[in-house]
Structures are given as C-alpha cells and as structure tokens.
Design a protein. Structure first.
Length: 331
C-alpha cells in the first residue's frame, strides 16, 4: 500500500498530502508523511504512515465521505471523489480539507483502494463561516429594523427586493415578481413620480446618493408614505450608473402627524388673525423664534421680519416684563 502512495508523489506537490483508503482491509490504508504532519503526527521518515483513513475523518462527516466513496466505487466516471470534509487533528480538533481521489485496481481488475490528494482549506472555511455569520447578523438587523431592501438594474430595468419591501404596500413578493421598474412606478402616486425623477437626476446622476419621500399605493387602495435612500453600487463599461441599491422605510405615521400638525397650525393661525390674537413659538433645540402675522403687526414690523431670541426681547419693556419673558425662555 505504501508503494501505491509513493506512485502519487508528483501530485502531492499540488496539495498538502496524500491519502489511501483500502476498501477491503481499511486497516491497511495510509496517509503520506506530509499529511501526517498536517494532522499533528511526528513523521520519522518520508514513508507513508499506516492508518485506517476513515478513522481520521471527523465524526459528523463520516456519512458524507462513505457515501461519496461508495458511489465512486460503483461508477467512478459518474461520481468522482471531490468533497470538503474535516479530518481529526492529533490533539482532538478538526481541520478542513478538500479531497480528490480515484480508484486503484489490481491487474486482475478488482478495485483495491481509493487514493488521492488532500488540500487544506481550513482558512477558507473559517472565512466562509465568518461571512455567513455576518450575513445572518445583517439579515436579522434588517428584519428588526423593519426596512425594505431594493436593488435596481438601470440597464435591464429589473428590480430585486426583500419581502418587507412588498409587505409595506400589502403584497406578497411573489405577487409582484418578476419585479421591474415599470411595475414599481405604477405603484407610485402620480404626483410623486416627478419628485423621484428629480431625486434621481439631482443626486444619483451627480453625487451617487439620493433621498426622497413619496407615496406608494397599498393593495387595499390607500397610500403609504415611503422614505427611500439609495446609492450607486456599480457602473457600466462606459462609466454610467448601472446598479443602484438602497432601503425603503414606512413613514406613514410621521407624515400623517406632520400633515395634521400643519392643518391645525393653519387653522389656529387663521383663527388668531380673525380674533386679532398674536402667538409666538420658540424651538429651544434649534433656538429658532417664530412670530405669527398678528404679533408682527402688534410690533409694527414687516411681514418678512425674522425675529431672534436676542432681538425679540428688545420689544419688551425693560424691567419686570422683559425679565418674565427671559425666565420663560430659560425654562
């Protein structure tokens, strides 16, 4: 059996060791000294180390390799031995290898063993695992954030999105597939299409990023307010934007509150003007002071006058009145 492995020495240059599984007498199998060292064994010479190859396979991968080797034994042309499995290191942990092998027959034609090359892919599997963990992390983060993800190919017009994107407007994703830019625009409020086109021309076309708020028609007939943000992620051969990706977020509650606030503020303003009652408003975060039309009339300033906290106090008499207003501002 050792002679068999030695006959593959030229192939070992391309990998990290050789292996041999004796089909009839597993105990007569072997691994090359190079592979033995990879698995933590001290090789006294360059001669192959006797071993039942399957005893070196990580327990969870035994069924996989046994199935692959049996299929190969039955029809080597249809089922080549090419698979990723873990081999046990001497100290107990496992190392990922890519195995490639072929049947070796006696002169009589009887299949005697399967021999091949082992290539260590442990670092690649580690990277693959990290990428998978990161993918799951971001997938869960997107799910918790309740946002829709989309990607548009400007050349083909095809659109790819996640389930949440469709759920925002009451659809199952399969109901909209194959999704195209035309189908998307058919769901957008006619008045808002110009805003989308302007956002594209002004931002995507120039800066590579855009933000826009627009309405999409829900399956039940009402309008859903969407905040959309995206950027170019790929350019075509001529340097033109080709693929844009981004997110959608349902802002219907916020927009409804904004509309109601504006409506009541306008109503209050008209009522105040009719009753000749002025009102003012101070944004303490932005430090912005607002005067209504009537307040400006009371202080005899122009309608385009912009008050500030500092000059606004000058309109109050020094003493108790001004100090009272100051104390209100301080709170």
């Amino acid at each position: 059996m050792a002679v068999g492995l030695n006959s593959l020495k030229n192939q070992e240059i391309l990998g990290d060791g050789l292996w041999c599984w004796d089909l009839k007498n597993p105990g007569n199998g072997s691994i090359s000294s190079k592979l033995a060292q990879q698995l933590g064994y001290f090789a006294k010479s360059s001669e192959p180390m006797p071993a039942d190859f399957l005893s070196l396979v990580f327990k969870e991968d035994l069924k996989l390799i046994e199935s692959a080797l049996q299929c190969h034994s039955a029809d080597s042309g249809k089922h080549p031995v090419v698979l990723d499995i873990r081999l046990k290191y001497l100290e107990g942990y496992s190392i990922w290898f890519n195995l490639r092998g072929n049947m070796v027959s006696k002169e009589s034609g009887d299949v005697q063993s399967i021999m091949g090359v082992a290539i260590c892919i442990d670092k690649y599997k580690g990277t693959e695992r990290q990428l998978r963990l990161k993918k799951n992390y971001y997938k869960n983060a997107v799910k918790r954030a309740n946002i829709g993800i989309w990607e548009v190919n400007l050349k083909t017009g095809n659109v790819v999105c996640n389930a949440r994107w469709a759920e925002m407007v009451g659809y199952d994703l399969k109901e909209l597939e194959p999704l195209t830019n035309t189908i998307f625009l058919n769901l957008v409020h006619p008045i808002d299409i110009k805003a989308l086109e302007k956002a594209f021309d002004n931002h995507v076309g120039v800066f590579g990023v855009y933000e826009v708020e627009f309405r999409m028609k829900h399956k039940k007939g009402y309008w859903v307010w969407i905040f959309s943000q995206g950027e170019i992620i790929d350019y075509g051969p001529e340097g033109r934007p080709e693929i844009i990706a981004g997110i959608n977020y349902d802002i219907s509650v916020r927009k409804t509150n904004e509309i109601l606030l504006k409506k009541y503020k306008d109503l209050f303003g008209r009522s105040s003007e009719a009753a000749k009652i002025g009102y003012w408003e101070l944004d303490q975060v932005e430090e912005v002071l607002f005067w209504s039309k009537v307040v400006k009339q009371i202080h005899e300033v122009a309608e385009d006058y912009v008050p500030t906290i500092e000059n606004g106090l000058d309109f109050y008499l020094e003493g108790e009145n001004r100090e009272r207003i100051k104390s209100i501002f301080a709170k």
